[in-house]
Design a protein around this ligand. Structure first.
Ligand code: GLU
Length: 291
């Protein structure tokens, strides 16, 4: 059997809320139910978005829910050399170019980059974004929970940014490099990331990496259809209610709950691993969660 390596990769832009607990739990259960490892990566790639103390809050919240990871925590802020090397690979293959388009120009184009700088041969004498040159091929994959998917990054996003004007590496590049270097075989995460999956698989193909199995679980939303997220200041999950939070997350994931009450998180997780059913996870992109 191929070894299973899964991971949870929160951005420390706020404390752990119910939506991120669901993603953490789903990836933890799927990994353990397949005798796999479960890694923790802190996606602190983007200093302006990092909220001081949030990474530690997330780590503490995971611990007090019994969601213990294998090995060392990976911090994206310490991985610049790996991202630089991946960029160099793309540059050597002449797949990168500089772009000086402004936000206003991009907004005018309706969000899809139309390749204005593709053949301008710009030199980065001043700060400029760096984009990857795409061909028009379609990426197809089957998501464990959302079913067959197809995506054509050239049509959907256009040549996308791999290094920003402020020299920060783009999320799509960092995720792909990190998942590959930690040998991740299964990515279970929130469905809000489904639309970036095509770009990530595209980059994996360019960089010669294996594509993991993907499973996107529904995101938790308010009754008004707003996704629970750190950005919209969803409340931090209450740590003293770990058992109840885990039960609520299991219910959200369509799992059957134990008939007998479990006395602590570790016991409940143990039970949940043995009873994890992928086919019971709802196939929707979002689900209302009323706390
Ligand atoms: N760090 C990303 C987020 O919190 C998730 C990355 C991933 O799971 O691929 O939205």
């Amino acid at each position: 059997m191929q070894p299973y390596i899964g991971r949870f990769a929160p951005s420390p832009s706020g404390p752990l809320h119910f939506g991120s607990l669901v993603a953490a739990l789903a990836s933890y259960l799927d990994a353990h139910a397949h005798a796999g490892k479960w890694l923790l990566r802190i996606d602190d790639l983007d200093p302006p978005r990092v909220v001081p103390g949030a990474a530690q809050q997330i780590i503490d919240a995971l611990r007090c829910h019994g969601l213990l990871w294998d090995g060392e925590i990976c911090w994206q802020s310490q991985r610049s050399a790996a991202y630089a090397s991946a960029l160099q690979t793309l540059r050597n293959r002449r797949l990168l170019y500089f772009c000086d388009c402004t936000r206003a120009m991009l907004a005018d184009a309706g969000g899809t980059y139309r390749g204005r700088c593709r053949d301008r041969g710009l030199k980065a004498n001043s700060p400029m974004a760096c984009r990857v040159r795409l061909d028009g091929h379609t990426i197809r994959f089957t998501d464990l929970f959302q079913g067959p998917q197809s995506s054509c990054p050239l049509q959907e996003s256009g040549d996308f940014v791999v290094q920003r004007k402020d020299r920060l590496y783009a999320y799509q590049l960092a995720v792909v490099v990190d998942d590959a270097s930690s040998g991740v075989t299964h990515v279970i995460r929130g469905a809000d990331l489904l639309d970036s999956c095509g770009r990530q698989i595209y980059l994996q193909q360019l960089l010669g990496f294996d594509t993991p199995v993907y499973g996107h679980v529904p995101v938790a939303s308010t009754v008004y259809g707003q996704k629970l997220s750190k950005q919209n200041l969803s409340p931090e999950i209450e740590r003293h209610a770990a058992l109840d939070n885990l039960l609520a997350a299991l219910r959200f994931l369509g799992q059957t709950l134990p008939a007998q009450p479990q006395s602590n998180s570790a016991e409940l997780l143990h039970w949940a691993v043995r009873n994890w059913r992928r086919d019971q996870v709802p196939h929707s992109m979002a689900q209302v969660y009323e706390s």
